[in-house]
Design a protein around this ligand. Structure first.
Ligand SMILES: Nc1ncnc2c1ncn2[C@@H]1O[C@H](COP(=O)(O)OP(=O)(O)OP(=O)(O)O)[C@@H](O)[C@H]1O
Ligand SMILES: [Mg+2]
Length: 230
């Protein structure tokens, strides 16, 4: 089963072409690392594949939906229920507490009561219980980042898109993030798409798609999946 199929995706910002005809297929249940230098197009690819931003040409099929051709409310619904996002620059809601931020996707579809227990488990797992009732402005960068990861997990999404989710974290917390991504990938078959600068984490993924100047430079399957046993 296919999670994402992109055909000749082009994305430009004015005269600058950030994605130059990207085609790729990601199967359900894959764990894919997207790598490449700063400015190579990783975040742009994340926005273009998930329908968070428009594309200039090409096609994207996401879980069988032509994500760029659907009405906006339908895209919102699919994103909210089937995808989990960790943005490179957090995007927590500043007026909401940690617990409210984590439960936000569930609240939108009135499932916050059912998800409360999992939210509390995630608070505990990420060692941010002490932040439960705090606003993002009252927390450290790393704490906010773990809240964002917890929010991406809360709906048990089919696909997780995570853009540098360990960027602000020390090694213990980074490993906690990687461990839970591995776990949901293995146990629930969640497709994980992880943008990372960290070579070790890239090697932990089953597959690495490396971008250079808006194109795929290589796309390889990793045989030896990690030195560590996550
Ligand atoms: N809104 C925008 N307007 C103009 N140019 C943009 C815009 N967003 C991104 N770019 C350009 O597109 C290119 C790709 O940007 P992108 O954010 O995808 O890089 P990245 O690989 O995620 O980099 P990083 O590792 O630093 O996060 C960069 O040259 C960037 O300057
Ligand atoms: Mg980026």
């Amino acid at each position: 089963m296919v999670a994402i199929e992109a055909g000749n995706v082009v994305k430009a910002f004015g005269d600058f072409i950030a994605l130059k005809s990207i085609s790729l297929t990601i199967a359900k249940g894959e764990f894919v690392a997207i790598t490449g230098k700063s400015g190579s197009g990783k975040s742009t690819l994340f926005y273009s594949l998930s329908g968070l931003d428009s594309i200039d040409s090409g096609t994207v099929m996401m879980l069988g939906y032509a994500i760029h051709s659907l009405p906006e409310d339908e895209v919102h619904r699919i994103r909210n229920t089937k995808m989990g996002f960790v943005f490179q620059f957090h995007y927590l809601i500043s007026e909401l507490t940690t617990l409210e931020n984590i439960l936000m996707p569930a609240k939108k579809i009135k499932m916050h009561k059912e998800k409360m227990q999992y939210a509390l488990y995630l608070l505990d797992y990420f060692d941010i219980q002490h932040c439960k009732d705090k606003l993002p402005s009252q927390m450290s960068g790393g704490e906010r980042q773990r809240v964002a990861v917890a929010r991406a997990l809360i709906m048990n999404p089919d696909i997780i898109f995570a853009d540098e989710p360990t960027g602000n974290l020390d090694s213990i917390n980074s490993e906690a993030v990687m461990r839970i991504f591995k776990e949901v990938n293995k146990q629930n078959g969640t497709t994980v798409i992880l943008i990372t600068h960290d070579d070790e984490y890239a090697h932990m993924a089953g597959r690495q798609i490396h971008l250079k100047d808006g194109q795929i430079e290589y796309d390889v399957y990793n045989k030896a999946v990690s030195k560590k046993s996550y």
